[in-house]
Ligand binder design. Sequence first.
Ligand code: NAD
Length: 511
Amino acid sequence: MTVLSPTAVSAVLDRLGLSDDNPGAFDGAWIDTRGPRLDSLNPATGEPIASVRTCSAADYDRVAAASVAAFDAWRHWPAPKRGEVVRLLGDELRRHKEDLGLLVTLEVGKVRTEGLGEVQEMIDMADFAVGLSRQLYGLSMHSERPRHRMYEQWHPLGTVGVITAFNFPVAVWAWNAMLAAVCGDATLWKPSQHAPLTALAVTKIAERVLAAAGAPAIFNLVFGDRNAVGIPMVKDARVPLISATGSVAMGKQIARDLSDRLGRSILELGGNNGIVVTDDADLDLALRAVLFAAVGTAGQRCTTTRRLFLQKGIAAEMKRRLVRAYGTIRIGDPAEPSTVMGPLIHANAVRDFRHALEIAVQQGGRILHGGKVLDRPGFFVEPTLVEALPHMPITCEETFAPILYLFEFETLDEAIAMHNAVPQGLSSAIFTLDLRSAEKFLSVAGSDCGIANVNIGTSGAEIGGAFGGEKETGGGREAGSDAWKAYMRRQTCTLNYGTDLPLAQGVHFDL
Ligand code: NAD
């Protein structure tokens, strides 16, 4: 049972244009897809919300062809005009923020404020992309040859395949789709099988905006499993760029398939993020940051803090505070505004949580708090603290659940070495009031991650910075800074306005 009555849920679905049985593909029209029906479950109850029909391989093929045709038309729109369409989309998302945020809560179990935050992230990306639509700058260079002009320019790339994970069911689409749209690309979205309804709702909003603006249908959707949709998309030479968010295993498979056709990729894969707390840190600040980063979204963020490194002088105090704070976390229905931690996404995630803890204990870990699965409908577990030994193999893996491993260290060098000794490299943080420690953590000898913070936790990035990580996290960058360049093709142009034909590097070729 959730605080939302079935009538309230139906009303949200109605307002977002969703029915009990939704078609799973959009290519300018909603296609009566022929794959099996899949129920989208509410993880807080385990009950279905509504169902969506998946795509067959033939459905995928049809949508991909339409997406390429939409790109052919869209690329001729001037970039600022494309930006105007994205501005209208941002406005429409603002109007639907409440309902979309609630749908995120219903479908993936994020607490209310995080569901709304996810929609806000889409809106922020729209605003960012609108400004960018007038700033797709190229460079000009001085040619070594007289009366020659050299410059580089950026052209639209094509249809971008966007594969998203369940835990950011719409924000990650926006990171890609808003940039791709102003860059002149179409997008072909394969949402997670656990979050089709939010994807459908957003695509319906985008459909209306495009139609009202007289724009081609550049925001396409293909819902289906990896065999019918995911793998065909990755292997499809009509799709020059695949932007894929998900587990490391998925990223490795995609990288292998893409390499066969030398396709481009943006890979946003798993993290195993750590926070270092030194003896001089502001412990109040550190505690609040660790709680949000380790427990928020029930430990199901790519940037979730999974490893905490405590300097010996404050370790006992910090552990005491953490255990006390973990005991006060309100776990429950994510639609209830006072809830801090909702459910895991599905039964397999609960199984992975249990399994990881069994292994941690076998490898010498000691559970300080939590460790249990809650005896209630839905997929709820306790946020868990584990005292860990250095080099416990399980702590090098990403278990997508609220398990925080606690380590102790003596020197900052030791902490940085332990911190970097995992295959993933997404987000990292240090809590210290010492300038030298902070700068060391950010230096070339410090954190090896794509994101490094001081006195801020590992999760909750702003869209203005390029987001992504190193090592097995995949190396991709999305959202702000110059991430847009991945969605365009660069062309270097040299123009001779003289009457001679001098060759570069002083080479002569006289006949
Ligand atoms: P997942 O890997 O199970 O699935 C992600 C998506 O990939 C789904 O849409 C799935 O259908 C698709 N997929 C899987 N195998 C595929 C293949 N071979 N070809 C094409 N598509 C394929 O991940 P999940 O459980 O949905 O999400 C959790 C994972 O995502 C975690 O590892 C998390 O760290 C990661 N994640 C990373 C970021 C980031 O920005 N680095 C952001 C969010 C989530």
